[in-house]
Design a protein around this ligand. Structure first.
Ligand SMILES: [Cu+2]
Length: 173
């Protein structure tokens, strides 16, 4: 019975998510009801970066009025092992999640991405229309033209801190 209940709840959450996201892009979506808890990460200062992995060109499309903003960046892995991104942290936001965009039946929506693999010898872009770090529930609107630090967390208690340029909502790439 538990299994049936979870399936039903997930179906309802998916339907709610699809309708909430159908028209808004990143403006005003609700992300209601998918029930993923905020992971708890250790102290970033004590964590080493995953071997061979770098992050560059981080920028944030800053939304006003308490709306969620999105962070984009490029990941490169010159190491011998796959690196697996599992989450992110940013001070001043009540919830920070990895998101992927998807289109189902012609409707764009966003889903939580639990793990993003940056393959050994490969790369992975977080970019508009695709993956992004969703920065929700800001304590204050991000200041356009400023910098905002985020921390990317990888499997194995590995972390990379990165400074992101805070850009206007009109920036597309
Ligand atoms: Cu999102």
């Amino acid at each position: 019975m538990t299994r049936t209940f979870i399936g039903l709840a997930a179906a309802i959450a998916t339907a709610a998510s699809l309708s909430a996201h159908a028209h808004g892009g990143h403006g005003g979506h609700a992300h209601g009801g998918h029930g993923h808890g905020q992971p708890h990460f250790p102290d970033a200062a004590s964590a080493a970066a995953p071997e061979g992995v770098t992050v560059s060109d981080c920028w944030i499309r800053a939304m006003p009025n308490g709306l969620p903003s999105a962070a984009y960046f490029k990941l490169v892995n010159t190491g011998a092992r796959d690196a697996v991104l599992i989450g992110a942290q940013a001070d001043g936001f009540g919830r920070v999640m990895l998101h992927a965009n998807q289109t189902v039946g012609g409707m764009a929506s966003m889903v939580h991405a639990d793990r993003v693999v940056v393959p050994a010898g490969g790369d992975f872009d977080f970019a508009p229309g695709g993956h992004h770090v969703m920065l929700e529930k800001p304590s204050a609107d991000p200041v356009i033209g400023g910098k905002l630090p985020i921390v990317l967390w990888f499997e194995g208690n590995r972390a990379i801190p990165v400074e992101c340029d805070v850009s206007a909502p009109s920036r597309m790439k």
